[in-house]
Write a protein that binds this ligand. Sequence first.
Ligand code: AMP
Length: 652
Amino acid sequence: MLFRELAELAEALAGQASRLKKRAAIVEAISRAHAEAPESEDAGWFALYLAGTPFAEADSRKLNAGGALLSKALLAVSGAEDIELTAAYRRHGDLGAAAFDLLEGREPKAASLTLTDVAETFAGMAVARTTAVRAGLVEGLLLRATPLEAKYLLKLMIGDMRIGVKQSLVEEAIAVAASAPVAAVRHAVMLEADLSAAVRRAFEGTLEAARMRLFHPLGFMLASPVDSPEEAVERFTEKPMVVKAAKKGRKKSESVAVEDVGAEEFRDAPATDVIGVAENEDAGSEVQRASVAAQRVEAFLEDKYDGMRAQVHCGDPEQPGRVAIYSRNREDVTESFPELEEAFSLAASAGVGPLIFDGEILGWDLKEGRALPFAVLGQRIGRKKVSNAWRQQIPVVFMAFDLMYADGSLVLDLPLRERRNKLEAVAERLVEVVRSPVAVDERKKQAQAVMFVEADGDGVERLMISPSRLVESAEDIDRAYADARARANEGVMLKAAGSVYQPGRRGLAWVKLKRELATLDVVVTGAEFGHGKRAGILSDYTFAVRGSGGELLNVGKAYSGLTDAEIAEMSAWMMEHTLEDQGFFRTVEPLMVLEVAFNNIMRSGRHASGFALRFPRIVRIRTDKPVGEIDTVDRVEEVYQSQVDKPVESGA
Ligand code: AMP
């Protein structure tokens, strides 16, 4: 098949807005490619290239041709000056479109470039030893190409066709062309990460025989945001239709909900994708909705870590030591985290079989045993060469929170509670094994022998499992949120216990609770005794801002954010400055100033200020700040007004 057919179709698709018409045109082309040469790879290549991918995702080959190399080749072939290329590039913002302008009028004798020629050139580029050889191959292709072909060859080599055709549309077209179910095509593509193989299987009728292989990224499941624990609870207890109806007025969450998958895919999602899992099918009446917080919640709660989402593939006995780490945008980032690669390369020795973990790479404070702020980890992300200095300064761990592949198959369709059980069982066997040293002997490393430089015994455990538990109520979530914040994590995630793993979807089965507004400086007016290990200690503080007449008006209550030592000190201080002892609660002299953070402010009749803070937590004790300088009700009103959604507490 001629490459011209692909270029012409691509050009037509770029000008076609209708998804259905686009699909019909792709179906026609794939069918034709198959009919003309059923034994050839043409139909497969056609689908692959139309999706903008020179190689299948499972294929680790790369063209190694960046913008610089491609522009140089274009200049050589077109004979244009730098300045002309720059002008053309500025006009379109796209090298392919610029090439069309520069090459216009320069037609080769006949369009002769075939898909096979292109595939062979790509294969040559992947193994080319030098840039010169690679550039020569690109020039050779462009010399034989019409301006339109050059346009799409360049776009394809860059990996971005910009014709409004996502892989999911090509998958649909393959299904229609081969009269196979779309779901079967998608499933085969997920397992084998090879669009051209899926074309072959679809026509052969062997889609069902596709088997999962490791070492290509699967899509990541994403979470939708919620603004409060009550909203989270509603998500997991209301019946689907009610959730949908209730969401109608909530543009904000909805628009975020589709940000990653695109409206197109969001619409395609089956009902369960967009509504998540509802455990209580009977809920729905107004009465039940009002008491929703009291209903049973079937969701797991975890901290939301502020690191880098990643998928780890490891443990394949047939490729012992092979590890791949993929980022959320499906890039292979293994090289950037050598200590994780070294550690996970030992997984095969535990005999647990091939595994795919989903989790978060975190910068880890080895002394304190907690995550470093994202800003710290951020300094390392993207580095290809990681020196010992980086390893020591910003050690990394992998915090696993899900298991995608185990026991020889994908486990995405198991409910979360079962995946979680498997994750824990696997981790139990692995945590001790998956280790690597803080630093390595760089000279020996080159000789393939990683030596331990530090006296760190057998190295650092690099695999952690995010603590997870079933939650019961909004109040429970509220506290967990404050605790997570106190551990310097971003917030909490809630995941429906019965939900399956939906790769690449931002569904409602996972929700995230985060967000922080400005902080307020307040004064403590009362203190309450804590629970558990804080029994007998005045650890929960009621605090106030100043009213317009100078009076103190309570605005919230916080119990988290301070260290145990600070709480002990605060408690002793509160005892000494008690004004009125009411048993479990004491009013205290308004002298202690705190800086508090919170998620949002709502109007509420609960406190004298007429406002309540959601998820307040203490950021600092402000001994440096006089009480006269605490924030006012007017300031609270200001922050309240600055919120996009201005919540009002029911009954306020
Ligand atoms: P966001 O980046 O705000 O869309 O939030 C989703 C991200 O939260 C995910 O991509 C993960 O990187 C991150 N995350 C942190 N902790 C967890 C967790 N326990 N479960 C799932 N995702 C998490």
